[in-house]
Design a protein around this ligand. Structure first.
Ligand SMILES: [Zn+2]
Length: 147
């Protein structure tokens, strides 16, 4: 099961102050509270199957992602696809809408500090260099096989 956006119950959508459990569709789900680092309290479901603390529950039986054997879409991507997704994500954050990693690197957005932009750019260029090196290595390997 791919879990991205498929949670059945999110604890943040329930108002649960000082109660030990909620009954959702006839299933009793225990709740615990923890203190946040900057104050405030946070509620968590306790998975009815394994007792793991979690924010999201899945399926009709309301179990955690681990018990539901759920995976995130990025976990199913190959290492190369993950590198590409990372590159697209960085460029998208800088305002690029099309062109992939072949397009010129986007300029610094107005709202962003120069240090942040330069650090992000250096990281992106390292990542994109690795992608292109992998592609080149693949091309060399396949051209040797064909000869
Ligand atoms: Zn569980």
């Amino acid at each position: 099961m791919i879990c991205d956006g498929k949670a059945t119950r999110n604890i943040r959508r329930f108002w649960c102050k000082d109660i030990g459990a909620l009954i959702v569709d006839g299933v009793r789900i225990p709740i615990v509270r923890t203190c946040g680092p900057l104050g405030g309290m946070r509620n968590w479901w306790l998975c009815p199957q394994c007792g793991r603390r979690c924010e999201l529950l899945y399926g009709e039986t309301y179990i955690c992602r681990i018990c539901a054997k759920g995976r995130y879409r990025s976990e199913l991507a190959s290492p190369r696809e993950r590198k590409l997704l990372k590159a697209f994500k960085i460029r998208e954050r800088l305002g690029q809408t099309s062109g992939g990693i072949i397009a010129p690197f986007p300029a610094k957005p107005k709202y962003m500090h120069w240090n942040t932009y330069l650090r992000t750019r250096a990281e992106a260029e390292q990542n994109e260099l690795r992608i292109l090196q992998d592609e080149l290595a693949d091309l060399k390997r396949t051209s040797k096989v064909r000869r």
